[in-house]
Design a protein around this ligand. Structure first.
Ligand SMILES: [Zn+2]
Length: 85
C-alpha cells in the first residue's frame, strides 16, 4: 500500500469541504480531533515510514492523517509499522 495512491484519491480530495485534511490513504476528509491516527510518509511520498520517523530520515514528507475507516481497514498494516492502533 502506497500513500496518496487510492484509485479515487483525487476525486475524494476534491470533495472535501471546510478545513478537513485529506486521508493519506483514500483522500476523504478527516477532522483533526483527538484519536486520529497520523502516519509518516517518506521516500518523497512513495512509502509510509515507521512510527517515530523524524525529519532527518530519507525523503521525509511529514505526518498525514488517516480517516477512521482506513485506520480500521488497514490496522494490521499500521501495527506492522509500529503505530499504536
Ligand atoms: Zn481514508
Amino acid at each position: 500500500m502506497r500513500p496518496f495512491d487510492h484509485k479515487n484519491y483525487h476525486r475524494n480530495e476534491d470533495r472535501i469541504t471546510g478545513d478537513d485534511s485529506p486521508c493519506v490513504v483514500c483522500g476523504k476528509g478527516v477532522k483533526d480531533r483527538p484519536g486520529v491516527l497520523w502516519v509518516c510518509v517518506v521516500d518523497g511520498g512513495a512509502t509510509y515510514g515507521v512510527a517515530g520517523t523524524s525529519e532527518g530520515d530519507a525523503g521525509y514528507m511529514g505526518y498525514f492523517p488517516v480517516g477512521p475507516t482506513c485506520t480500521k481497514k488497514h490496522r494490521v498494516f499500521w501495527r506492522g509499522l509500529g503505530y499504536a492502533v
